[in-house]
Design a protein. Structure first.
Length: 275
């Protein structure tokens, strides 16, 4: 009997995108080389995804760069994927960065340990005193549009479109990486001024409880999530970002057995999504 056809996957990536301190292309070349062991793989640029997705069993969105660089095409991709019922990985129901940064405001109001964040002039007084503040677009990415100010303020008419946060005195930033709801590894930047010079981080139980609380809140059944946090001078962890669209994985910063385990788990997750 002929072998059953292998599942086909459209892998969405921008191999030419230049990110500070990271090589997106290397990571996706490695991932696709390993996924080919179990799937038929084709790569495409995010601007082409809407036109091509119909011919594949699943669409994997990986290092496709900030959506704001191709917002119209991304909106068309989401609309087409919903129209045809495409299996998208990560699913398009994410409540983190996939939907903008409103979640930082919502989580803070709900009492989660998040960097204090407001998006309205009327709420500026809720922010703690700080030596400086950050103002950034709610739909921003990769520090686009980010401004540092001495006093918390929003431009006229900016309610609901920009975020204001205090500048936090932190010891280091740390990221926790999950496939589905399963923790895979953690990395941290021991030198705050070198965000992407990452080293393996031994997460303790309290760290994982912190990170898992955001993964559970997000309610994604499948997919890769990165929980970015900072360790304050007082020792607490605060959420910085919940990356659920196309989180860079820094696979070149982990040991080979950890990288192998991640790829194996991602394959299993994709197969489960395909049913």
């Amino acid at each position: 009997m002929p072998a059953a056809p292998r599942p086909s996957v459209l892998f969405v990536t921008d191999l030419a995108y230049e990110a500070r301190g990271r090589r997106y292309c290397d990571e996706d070349i490695h991932l696709t080389s390993r996924l080919r062991e179990d799937f038929d793989i084709a790569l495409c640029h995010p601007r082409d995804a809407a036109a091509l997705l119909d011919g594949f069993d699943a669409v994997v969105v990986r290092n496709s760069g900030p959506v704001l660089h191709y917002q119209e095409e991304y909106d068309a991709f989401r609309a087409r994927a919903r129209e045809v019922g495409a299996r998208v990985y990560n699913p398009l129901t994410g409540r983190g960065d996939m939907a903008g940064k409103q979640y930082l405001v919502d989580l803070g109001r709900a009492g989660y340990p998040v960097i204090p964040t407001v998006d309205r002039v009327a709420d500026l007084g809720l922010l703690p005193e700080s030596e400086g503040y950050v103002v950034k677009p709610k739909l921003g990415a990769d520090s686009a549009g980010l401004r540092f100010v001495r006093t918390p303020a929003l431009p006229p008419g900016a309610d609901g479109t920009q975020l204001v946060q205090p500048r936090i005195d932190f010891r280091y930033e740390v990221s926790f990486y999950f496939v589905d709801h399963d923790f895979q590894y953690a990395l941290y930047a021991p030198h705050p001024e070198r965000r992407w010079v990452l080293e393996p981080y031994e997460a303790i139980a309290a760290d994982l409880e912190f990170a898992r609380s955001f993964v559970e809140w997000n309610t994604l059944d499948h997919g890769i999530q990165r929980v970015d946090a900072c360790r304050t001078a007082e020792g607490a962890l605060l959420l910085v970002e919940l990356e659920d669209l196309n989180p860079y994985l820094s696979l070149d910063r982990v040991a080979e057995p950890v990288r192998e385990a991640f790829v194996t788990r991602m394959k299993a997750s994709l197969k489960d999504l395909l049913g």
